[in-house]
Design a protein around this ligand. Structure first.
Ligand SMILES: Nc1ncnc2c1ncn2[C@@H]1O[C@H](COP(=O)(O)OP(=O)(O)OP(=O)(O)O)[C@@H](O)[C@H]1O
Length: 228
């Protein structure tokens, strides 16, 4: 589903955020991406969304080589990728329903289909019945669930998350990670960048580790916890 082949990313400022990164994620696989602050995690996710392009190497997502993707096809690519952020980027002057419906509105989905899909997405994250509320009336954990519902409302083949539990307590964090596992169980490929090593260890999933822009792939620490 995802293949990075010797990918390097140097920002115009001269920062080499990623150097020669290669890995593959199979369809329906779930993995965690860890590494110290500045190791390149967000950059790697941005390359998958085609928000950045590699300086060298190839990023292939669902059969498309993203470096060669024509600009006009970028929106179609983005629809295949659901994205969840730490600060969930919700619109607080809109209802829960409107927040989740946003990607469908942009895609021009009919009103009837939008209603059906939004309710299905809210049901999956356990928020059915709260669609008329404003996100501000919900807890931090519930707000993150709205962000997840919005990310999956398009039924993306790939779900990526950047620090999705950053502001949550351990119990809520575990619930959110279990929610991601449920999407994996129905065939979605999931990649989650996180600093929460304790949680990653409990989840027993594949782990990709970045260190100074280079990837150490595997489940175990390479040389102790100081790198992560
Ligand atoms: N738009 C940008 N322009 C220039 N340099 C950038 C840009 N984005 C990231 N960088 C640099 O690239 C390196 C990797 O950053 P990145 O945000 O990918 O790391 P990260 O592992 O996600 O860090 P964190 O855990 O703190 O979010 C850092 O040195 C950062 O300063």
């Amino acid at each position: 589903m995802v293949r990075f082949d010797r990918v390097s990313k140097r920002y115009p400022s001269g920062n080499e955020a990623l150097s020669g990164v290669s890995f593959e994620l199979a369809r329906g696989e779930m993995a965690f991406l860890t590494g110290h602050s500045g190791a390149g995690k967000s950059t790697l996710l941005k390359l998958m969304m085609r928000m950045e392009v590699p300086t060298r190497g190839e990023v292939i997502v669902d059969g498309s080589n993203l470096s060669r993707l024509r600009e006009g096809l970028v929106p179609y690519h983005r629809r295949k990728v659901g994205v969840v952020f730490q600060n969930h980027q919700l619109l607080f002057d809109r209802s829960v329903f409107e927040n989740v419906a946003l990607p469908l509105l942009i895609a021009g989905t009919s009103l009837k289909e939008t209603g059906r899909r939004v309710r299905a997405a809210l049901d999956k994250v356990g928020l059915l019945g709260k669609e008329k509320l404003n996100p501000i009336q919900l807890s931090g954990g519930e707000q993150q669930r709205i962000g997840i519902a919005r990310a999956v409302v398009n039924k993306p083949a790939l779900l990526i998350a950047d620090e999705p539990t950053g502001n949550l307590d351990p119990e809520l964090s575990a619930e959110i990670m279990n929610l991601f596992s449920q999407f994996q169980q129905v065939g979605v490929t999931v990649l989650i960048a996180t600093h929460d090593i304790a949680l990653v260890e409990r989840m027993n999933k594949r782990r990709l580790i970045l260190q100074d822009g280079q990837m150490i792939e595997g489940h175990q620490f390479n040389s102790g916890a100081s790198h992560v």
